[in-house]
Design a protein around this ligand. Structure first.
Ligand SMILES: [Zn+2]
Length: 269
């Protein structure tokens, strides 16, 4: 952390979490013509340059549109297989302060998460949960969130809803990470299908709906279309993955969702 870094607390969520079932328009980035050769030519990550899902040699990097698409498919089928759509759940969104520096934002979120999960409080108060990290860029700042969907008994869900935000803020504060209580969100999901869509959308979806910030998928699309600022932002995204070759874990499952038969198929980011 440097004192010169401009920091803005992420106090006001950019828009309400879309849990009402309205599916946002998504650009299937893995189908954009010419993007594969563009990325092969311009990526600074050797594995991504050599990726070929078609020939059975996927790079398995979460920022690769083709591998991200495959992983999203695997997670969706896991979800359909394991989760009853009528089962009540909580949707939780946890974050630290937004910053200009993506690597710093990642390190802070990771250390807060490590501290938060070290007590196994969530595991003790749920039947299962899934976490995905959302990365967006808006107003010159990187916004990182950990999104959780949590399943459990009514008593467990009530406990998690009541306590998770303050436990998260305490864990972040103990790590020296700024996390405002007002920026955290925990409430019952109104639609499990909408939560599934939201939590499994991955960082490589491009949407054209930038009210909540632009995803790395939007940024790659802008770079492909010739936007010089997006070229710089994409370089920052790639640098994060180069600097943490094994440390960028964007999805995680706990409890009954952890030990599943096809875990090997989905655990590749
Ligand atoms: Zn790939």
């Amino acid at each position: 952390m440097t004192s010169s870094t401009h920091r803005v607390p992420f106090d006001a969520p950019l828009a309400p979490v879309p849990l009402l079932g309205k599916k946002p328009f998504v650009v299937p980035l893995h189908e954009v013509e010419g993007l594969d050769s563009f990325l092969r030519e311009h990526s600074s990550i050797p594995a991504v340059r050599l990726c070929s899902v078609l020939w059975g040699t996927p790079c398995r990097r979460p920022l690769c549109p083709w591998c991200a698409h495959e992983k999203a498919k695997a997670l969706r089928s896991l979800w359909v297989e394991k989760i009853d759509p009528r089962e009540p759940s909580l949707f939780v969104r946890l974050s630290g302060a937004s910053t200009h520096d993506l690597s710093q934002a990642w390190s802070e979120l990771s250390s807060a998460r490590k501290r938060f999960q070290s007590t196994r409080w969530l595991a003790s108060n749920s039947r299962s949960w899934m976490r995905t990290t959302e990365v967006t860029h808006c107003w010159g700042l990187w916004h990182l969130h950990d999104n959780y969907v949590v399943f459990g008994t009514p008593l467990e869900l009530e406990t998690v809803k009541r306590e998770i935000s303050s436990r998260w803020v305490a864990a972040a504060t103990a790590e020296g990470v700024v996390a405002s209580p007002g920026a955290q969100y925990a409430d019952y999901s109104r639609s499990t299908a909408a939560v599934r869509h939201y939590i499994l959308k991955g960082i490589m979806d491009a949407s054209d709906e930038h009210a909540r910030g632009r995803t790395p998928g939007d940024i790659l699309r802008g770079y492909h279309q010739g936007d010089a600022d997006d070229a710089e932002r994409w370089a920052e995204v790639e640098r994060l993955f180069l600097d943490h070759p094994r440390g960028i874990i964007l999805t995680q499952r706990g409890g009954a969702l952890r030990n599943t038969a096809n875990a090997a198929d989905v655990d590749f980011s």
